[in-house]
Design a protein around this ligand. Structure first.
Ligand code: UD1
Ligand code: CA
Length: 448
């Protein structure tokens, strides 16, 4: 079955009190918009269209960052949810199969719920997602008769009796694409807000002799974000769900409430994650790896049996092969460490490749940036890098080579060679005492 996804994200988000478009505020390490897109993408849609408006260029950039296949249409000015969907007509009105409308500010809808809506399409031309919130507040109300949805009334337009209804509209809609756009084209704006309400398609469909149905989901899935307080609540809800999921999947979290995940964090069974570990986007950790406390990881892959931290920072493009050891106060960026590499302490590796079983001494730095360009460091296998070596890139160290501690390596080091690049040591007998005596005499003279 072909599915097209339409994500509405044109709204101002006035109540966020922000210059940033609402859907770009971060949630689980990624823009909020990515959550709705991820839920929709789980259905393997053939098209994904985001309706942008406020901050359109930036929202489009974020949509493409999620998936290059995402297309954007601009709604300007925003005249309501029905008008927003209509903007996607040029792209989707003739698309085969189903269309699903999601909101960019409603991040927690589950793919299983969307699938239930697709399934319900077997008995109804249009399917709406409803829910029963603890506080129905100003949500649109679903007026139902048995399995049929007769009408959705916006709170502003609802009578007292209608406001007493607790079954509310989430905003998620599913219909055949052709049907959806035919119905949406007929929406008018004769209502309290003067807006084109997507919700009007229920009555329009019924007037056309079509059946409209609904499925329901827990309130947690329809949590919409309108304020910073709701964003903070959503973050907390997201994190506790991810922690529970990790524990269920067989991951040890020694202090779950201190670990923060991103939307796409993936951790294998029997991995161990210590306290205060923060996952940015794009992290995968294989089974049995261990990340000790206070690490910050982003855009990296950690293989089976590797150990990281405490206090390590792995940045995008870091690839740790099996049994690599990364210790404390180590930063790694855009670098591949082959099997068994040890980088125990106080090191920066950037734009480097390190061959298997190489040992990187404490205080090693790849000097990868010349102020204008980045350069690569190639380190072979079974190399021993002495402590406090500066590797001035571009530079290559051959297999089984060595550097002396404190060296500044500016030229390539051949296989099996030792490179020493530091001043030769001088020893002056008795000099230390003579210096100290002189300094103490100066101090005593000043005190008088
Ligand atoms: C909408 C529903 C309401 C439902 C509620 C659930 C309508 C008319 N009302 O109301 O029944 O209970 O959601 O949260 O649909 N948007 C656009 N362009 C627009 C207007 C909105 O893209 O012109 C986007 C917004 O960015 C947002 C979403 O659509 O992501 C919902 O819009 P919003 O104004 O929040 O709708 P509600 O008034 O909350
Ligand atoms: Ca809303």
């Amino acid at each position: 079955m072909q599915v097209s996804l339409i994500v509405l994200a044109a709204g101002m988000g006035t109540r966020m009190n922000s210059d940033l478009p609402k859907v770009l505020h971060g949630l689980g390490g990624v823009p909020m918009l990515h959550h709705a897109l991820a839920a929709g993408r789980a259905l393997e849609p053939s098209r994904m269209v985001v309706v942008t408006g406020h901050g359109a260029a930036d929202v489009a950039k974020a949509a493409e960052a999620f998936d290059e296949a995402t297309q954007c249409v601009t709604q300007d000015p925003p005249l309501g949810t029905g008008h927003a969907v209509a903007q996607a007509a040029p792209l989707l009105a003739n698309a085969p199969g189903e269309a699903i409308v999601l909101y960019g500010d409603t991040p927690f809808v589950r793919p299983e719920t969307l699938q239930a809506m697709l399934d319900a399409r077997a008995s109804h031309a249009v399917v709406i997602l409803g829910f029963v919130p603890r506080d129905p507040g100003r949500y649109g109300r679903l007026i139902v008769q048995g399995e049929e949805l007769l009408k959705i009334t916006e709170w502003k337009d609802a009578s007292e009796a209608e406001r007493a209804i607790t079954l509310c509209n989430s905003g998620v809609v599913c219909a055949e694409a052709k049907t959806l756009f035919r119905l949406v084209a007929q929406i008018g704006n004769a209502n309290a807000a003067g807006e084109y309400y997507l919700t009007d398609i229920v009555e329009i469909a019924r007037a056309d002799g079509l059946s409209v149905g609904f499925v329901t989901c827990p309130e947690a899935e329809t949590l919409g974000i309108n304020t910073r307080a709701q964003l903070a609540e959503a973050e907390a809800a997201f994190q506790s769900a991810k922690r529970a999921e990790a524990l269920d999947n067989g991951v040890t979290l020694t202090a779950p409430e201190t670990v923060f995940f991103a939307l796409d964090t993936h951790i294998g069974r029997d991995a161990i994650i210590g306290p205060n570990v923060i996952f940015g986007p794009g992290v995968t950790i294989e089974s049995g790896a261990e990340v000790k406390g206070f690490c910050h990881l982003e855009g990296c892959h950690i293989s089976r049996g590797a150990t990281v931290g405490p206090f390590a920072r792995l940045r995008p493009g870091t690839e740790l092969a099996e049994a690599v050891h990364v210790g404390n106060f180590v930063e790694i960026k855009n670098s591949v460490l082959d099997e068994g590499v040890k980088v125990g302490h106080l090191t920066y590796l950037g734009d480097a490749h390190v061959g298997q079983h190489t040992n990187i001494g404490a205080g090693t730095v790849t000097c990868n940036y010349d102020g204008v360009m980045k350069h690569r460091t190639e380190i072979g296998k079974h190399v021993f890098i002495g402590s406090d070596t500066m590797l001035v890139a571009p530079v290559t160290l051959g297999d089984f080579s060595m550097t002396a501690s404190g060296s500044v390596i500016t030229r390539d080091v051949p296989t099996e060679a030792l490179a020493i690049a530091r001043a030769r040591q001088e020893v002056r007998p008795g000099m230390a005492t003579r210096i100290m005596d002189r300094l103490r005499a100066i101090k005593a003279a000043k005190a008088k």
